[in-house]
Design a protein around this ligand. Structure first.
Ligand SMILES: Nc1ncnc2c1ncn2[C@@H]1O[C@H](COP(=O)(O)OP(=O)(O)OP(=O)(O)O)[C@@H](O)[C@H]1O
Ligand SMILES: [Mg+2]
Length: 210
């Protein structure tokens, strides 16, 4: 069975790409960022290649590369592009596992009528929810879990990112009825070796194999 996993999060900038790099490294997976908004500096695909030590052939090309680091619907409009939702089909990886990263949180618009979460629902793939551990995470995480469930999207579990906050982590998983997959601590520096080590200590590869 080919493992194909969607990595999403409660917000933008919470560590989805860093986690996805660790996961792609651990699983020997391909990585796909369907829509990249913002091309200045490193793209998410480049970060995953560097931090996860993921070879070029395993980084699948983005379907849309948009210039401005704003919501895809707005970034597309700025570039004079319209995102063709039907074209966002999951690529064939020739049998390799695949880690797919969305953009920002779940309810990010891709055009005037479609949210990223709608595309996740169409793909029928399990989703990992990345959540920060700091204050405010219980609300954001529970809202995200509820939105996923409402659309019958399988929630593989929650990945926490940041310093340990056991009570928040417990509350989210218990009230949300979701599995705690582990917690990636704050890394300093964020390097390939530090990520690999932290990932191995925090996560059980079997939780991502099904
Ligand atoms: N575990 C961590 N330890 C230290 N820094 C981290 C960790 N995870 C993420 N960061 C840093 O936080 C910033 C945002 O992380 P990242 O790019 O992974 O977020 P994201 O959720 O993928 O954002 P986007 O919505 O833009 O795709 C980066 O500078 C990254 O290096
Ligand atoms: Mg990212």
């Amino acid at each position: 069975m080919i493992r194909r996993i969607v990595v999403t999060g409660t917000d933008t900038g919470i560590g989805k790409t860093v986690f996805a790099a660790g996961l792609a490294d651990r699983l020997g997976a391909c990585y796909w960022k369907p829509i990249q908004s913002g091309l200045e500096g490193e793209t998410d695909s480049q970060v995953v290649a560097r931090l996860g030590g993921v070879s070029k052939e395993r980084i699948l090309p983005e379907r849309y590369r948009l210039t401005t680091p704003v919501s895809p619907h707005q970034s597309a409009a700025i570039d004079g592009v319209s995102i063709d939702i039907a074209s966002l089909t999951v690529p064939d990886t020739g049998g390799r596992p695949l880690v797919i990263e969305g953009a920002g949180g779940l309810m990010v618009p891709l055009d005037q009528g479609t949210l990223y979460i709608d595309v996740f629902a169409q793909w029928c793939l399990p989703v990992v929810l990345c959540a920060r551990t700091s204050l405010g995470t219980i609300n954001h995480s529970l809202l995200s879990i509820e939105a996923l469930r409402r659309r019958d999207i399988e929630v593989l579990g929650v990945v926490f990112i940041g310093e340990s906050h056991p009570e928040s982590e417990r509350a989210i998983c218990e009230i949300g009825g979701a599995r705690r997959l582990g917690r990636l601590p704050q890394l300093s520096p964020v390097s390939q070796s530090a990520l690999r080590q932290a990932f191995a200590a925090a996560f059980e590869p079997g939780d991502f194999s099904f």
